[in-house]
Design a protein around this ligand. Structure first.
Ligand code: NI
Length: 179
């Protein structure tokens, strides 16, 4: 259903408007939508390689995966437009920022993702595959090492949901420069 995906994409474009992120090239930023597109492309690849996945659920959650965490989009809007299953998936992909540390937030989110259909775990793997592109130039070694360790935890816990995504994330971790 392209219309539903386009509706999600437009909603994400509207709510993430103005947000940009840093690239490895100093001073070069990209619109946040570039990240959402990259995660969507990654999920499409996994869908093409592994039959039996709920493609619509994965694509909608890929587009909306940061919308509750990083924008003022209301849960109610996701429920009304895309249904309970998509809302539950996006909520599991959203960190609980009232927890005290990044590690606690990640462990909590991973535990909630594991209660969802496996498609949600695959979206999280796809998100981290894209996020393990080379780090911004100002990240120090400790930050890069912590980020790679977090990726290893994601791979360990969610990798069984998708052999293809797990292999891609493993390759990205191996290639990630922490120097
Ligand atoms: Ni993301």
């Amino acid at each position: 259903m392209p219309e539903l995906l386009q509706k999600a994409w437009q909603l994400a474009a509207h709510h993430h408007e103005g947000q940009r992120y840093n690239t490895p090239q100093e001073g070069v930023t990209l619109p946040y939508l570039t990240h959402l597109g990259a995660v969507l492309i990654e999920t499409n690849y996994i869908i093409s390689q592994e039959p039996g996945l709920n493609a619509n659920l994965m694509r909608l959650c890929a587009i909306l995966h940061d919308s509750l965490e990083d924008t003022n989009l209301e849960e109610e809007t996701i429920r009304t437009e895309f249904g309970e299953e998509v809302l539950a998936g996006v909520k599991a992909l959203t960190k609980n920022e009232s927890l005290p540390s990044k590690q606690a937030q990640m462990e909590d989110s991973l535990a909630r993702i594991l209660t969802q259909p496996r498609e949600i775990a695959v979206v999280k793997l796809c998100d981290r595959i894209n996020n393990l592109s080379p780090a911004p130039s100002y990240w120090d070694q400790a930050k890069k090492r912590a980020y790679r360790a977090e990726a290893e935890l994601i791979l360990e816990q969610l990798g069984p949901a998708s052999p293809v995504a797990a292999a891609r994330l493993r390759t990205k971790i191996a290639a990630y420069d922490v120097s």
